[in-house]
Design a binder for this molecule. Structure first.
Ligand SMILES: [Zn+2]
Length: 166
């Protein structure tokens, strides 16, 4: 028998988040989930329908609406959805045009952008290092240490310092 008593609620939640993320495409088929989500996101669904634009042109990244004005360049189309979202999160603009998409795609393809989920809190950490910052004013630059976001990294460092005092 495995002893689960040492598992904290936090650890359980972290693993649960991973599982949910992996099953996101089938979540609606779980009994009860459809009812809750369709009610909760009712207005958002109606707003999107009302706007009448294809889904690809309107995104919700980290809760904020972003409008992509076409036509989207091929380099952008070739990126997977998650990478696009990471780039949009970092770019931090509510309206993104073809030139912006091209620049963001280039940045990613030249290896000057990276993103990952914080090892502790799962928050997306997005960092860009463009050669020329003039087109990237107002980005949501996040610092990280190792695989942790800035916030968790500072928590980690203070815990470590505390442990070393003992
Ligand atoms: Zn974190």
């Amino acid at each position: 028998m495995v002893d689960y008593s040492t598992m904290t609620n936090e650890t359980f939640d972290t693993i649960l988040r991973e599982v949910v993320e992996e099953h996101r495409h089938t979540l609606l088929t779980i009994p009860g989930v459809y009812e809750i989500l369709s009610e909760h996101f009712n207005n958002e669904v109606l707003e999107r329908w009302e706007h009448g634009k294809p889904d690809a042109d309107r995104r919700f990244v980290d809760g904020s609406e972003i409008v992509l004005t076409g036509p989207s360049p091929e380099a952008w189309e070739n990126l997977d959805y998650e990478t696009q979202d990471d780039l949009l999160l970092w770019y931090n603009q509510t309206e993104v045009g073809p030139e912006d998409m091209e620049r963001l795609a280039d940045l990613h393809n030249e290896g000057q952008f990276h993103a990952f989920g914080c090892g502790w809190c799962q928050k997306r950490v997005v960092e860009g290092q463009p050669d020329d910052w003039s087109n990237f004013q107002g980005v949501l630059q996040m610092e990280s240490i190792g695989q942790l976001c800035e916030e968790c990294a500072s928590k980690y460092l203070s815990l470590k310092a505390f442990a070393e005092m003992e």
